[in-house]
Design a protein. Sequence first.
Length: 392
Amino acid sequence: MQPTQVTRRDVLRAGAAAALAAGAAPKLAELPDVLTAAVIGHTGRGDYGHGLDVAFNGVPGLRVVAVADPDDAGRAKAAQRIGAPRQYADYRQMLEKEKPSLVSVAPRWSEHHHAMVMAALSSGAHVIMEKPITLTLAEADDIVSFAEKNGKKVAVAHQMRLSPSVVGLRRAVAGGLIGDLLHVDAWGKQDSRAGGEDMLVLGSHLFDLVRFFAGDARWCNARVTQVGRDVTAADARTVAEQIGPVAGDEVVAHFGFDNAVDATFTSRGRLRNAVGHWGIELVGSGGSARILADITPRVFVMKPAPWTDGGRTEQWLPFQEGGATPPGDSADANRRVVEDWLDAIRTDKEPTCSAGAAMKSLEMIMAVYHSALAQARVSLPLKDRSHPLVKK
């Protein structure tokens, strides 16, 4: 795929066509002839995420104009990496002076995501950002609502949605590769962060993938435990990455979807060796598919074999349809997100890795805590948009 170049002519053409089709006068686009881009980072407080500082490098039609970072040394290094001619200690000052068309909100810590993204959107920019989207659902709702009302596009770095192998698998599953989709199992990395931290850091990717195949969850029934006992709100703790409170060292959650599809999420350190690589498994009436999650996800398919006296002989084989995702790093994965985001800006559609999708991934995480604390099934969408581990 070649990098997408967005021009004012493209945007005007698309906007005029849509307006004429609706019987209205065409609306002038607000994008300038040359798209300028800026990067917000925070050295020492989330840094620059997984390559989102260099997400604009080499993209035709874009010109990086500035970087903001309160740390002098970190800011200077970032400016050199991305070729930014101007540097700012305060991102608000940068947005006010530069008025960029595009902004990368790069810190992997989500404590400042809401303020940074809202400031960028308010300045007139479209935004690409690191996950998790925000600390709370209320903050995510703000971003989604403001962007929709003001015609801005927000993309979140859930890169696996756009991996060629995952896109090909989704198309093949819809075409009957594994029969009717019945069940999805998701496992976190289940490493030293097993439990609540794993669910928020890696689970945000996994819940996004589950939704990519199964749609919106309708309910959640979950158990979160700490050293074998059910957690309470008093078990909330902070972790090294400032991503909001987490609780529990083991999580087992069950979700219900439309069409009688069920899904689970599990993060238990004791299962790490038995489960192996983190990712999701799609179970259908005619077979199963498994995504080994990573920057370069690997996909395998299994067709069931009957039980015999010698056991079962089925094999997991590499998925070939649609092509495997080529080996790469964060820059390659982010480039696919950027290209899709720029195309969404050009054609006035939602990015594949949209803020709305990221909000719903976070909502599934919050539903786990709501259910575990109440020891009861909860319905989605959640009515309570605050963080369940924070005292009201």
